[in-house]
Every structure is written in structure tokens, then in C-alpha cells.
Design a protein around this ligand. Sequence first.
Ligand SMILES: Nc1ncnc2c1ncn2[C@@H]1O[C@H](COP(=O)(O)OP(=O)(O)O)[C@@H](O)[C@H]1O
Ligand SMILES: [Mg+2]
Length: 186
Amino acid sequence: MPAFMQNPSPAAGQIPSQTQRESACKTLGPLSLADAAATEALGARLASALCEHRGWVVFLHGDLGAGKTTLVRAWLRALGVQGTIRSPTYTLIEPYDIDGQSLLHLDLYRLNDPDELAQLGLADTPPQVGGWLVEWPERGGNLLPAPDIVVHLKIDGSGRRISLDLPNEFYFSLIAPIFELAQHGV
Ligand SMILES: Nc1ncnc2c1ncn2[C@@H]1O[C@H](COP(=O)(O)OP(=O)(O)O)[C@@H](O)[C@H]1O
Ligand SMILES: [Mg+2]
């Protein structure tokens, strides 16, 4: 069972305070991802960095084909999701229930109006969502929760480049070491 889904200790499961959320936004990267395997490896590392915490909100920005779904798939796989992981291109939302914790993967590219979000059944999701992974969040207006981690993916020749904005200091401290290692090719 992934640690993410176990009952974390109060300290590990604590939702970062408003003060932490509002601290200055920090950035990580850009980091080159030479191929899809590199995107997948980073997705798995991000998953394990956050696996003992819940309630995180990740926004993923980037053109079509930039690698957003690739990163999310690897993230979900690392959390223990088995079988086919579909892209929510048409369903807009794919919920995952991992050991009683709800994790949501959204792709809002085809959302015509933010108000359509309300029809997706988000109101019926458990109050404590374990994690949000949202592609095309800019189409969701202000109906989405505020992000803790904002991923930017760019096509760069035959590879990709990734950078992160981290408005939440708490998550910055968890993720910065991963980028440091990846930047040194570890
Ligand atoms: N770092 C990378 N270098 C080259 N190709 C990549 C990289 N990351 C992902 N890809 C490839 O890009 C394609 C589109 O990826 P996808 O994740 O569906 O993009 P998006 O969800 O942003 O539209 C896939 O074929 C995937 O294998
Ligand atoms: Mg996608």
C-alpha cells in the first residue's frame, strides 16, 4: 500500500497553513527531459516526494503534446494505480480510489465554460480529496482549488523542458531536492 494512502501521522498529513500558502512563490527548473522516460521518471519521483501528504493540488500547463498526461500517468502508477490509465480527454475527470483516498485527474481542454465544472460531479467528491492533478486548469476559472504546485511543460526540440512554480513553501521544500538530483543527472 502506498504511504500516501495509509493513515499518516498528524504531522505528515497536516495541511499547510494559509501563511505557508501565501509565502512568496518559488520556482524550480527549467529542467531538460530528453525523452518520455525522463518525464515518467520525474513523475514517479514527484509522486514519492508527496506520497505521505494529502490534499495537494497540482496544475499542469503546456501545449498539446507537451507531456502533461505522461507525467500524470507515471505519478498515478507510482501511487499504485494498476491497469490502463486513461487520459480524461473526453470524460474531463478520472477519479481514482486508492485505499479509500480519492485522487482526481482532470483534463479541462474540452471544457467550454467553467460552469460546466459544476456538472462533473465535483460537488459529490469526498470533502478530503487526496490529490488533484489538473491539465488545462486555466479553463476551470475560479472553480478549482488554489494550486500548491504549478507545472509548466514546453516542447524543446525532440525533448521537453519542465519548470515548477511553488506558491506553497511546504511543497517547495519537498520537491527542491528532486530537482537538484535530476539536474545533476542522478
Ligand atoms: N520528455 C519527453 N521527450 C519527448 N517526448 C515526450 C516527453 N515526454 C512525453 N513525451 C511524449 O509526448 C507525447 C504527448 O504526451 P502527452 O503526455 O499526451 O501530452 P499532453 O498531455 O501534454 O498533451 C507522448 O507521445 C509522450 O510519449
Ligand atoms: Mg493530456
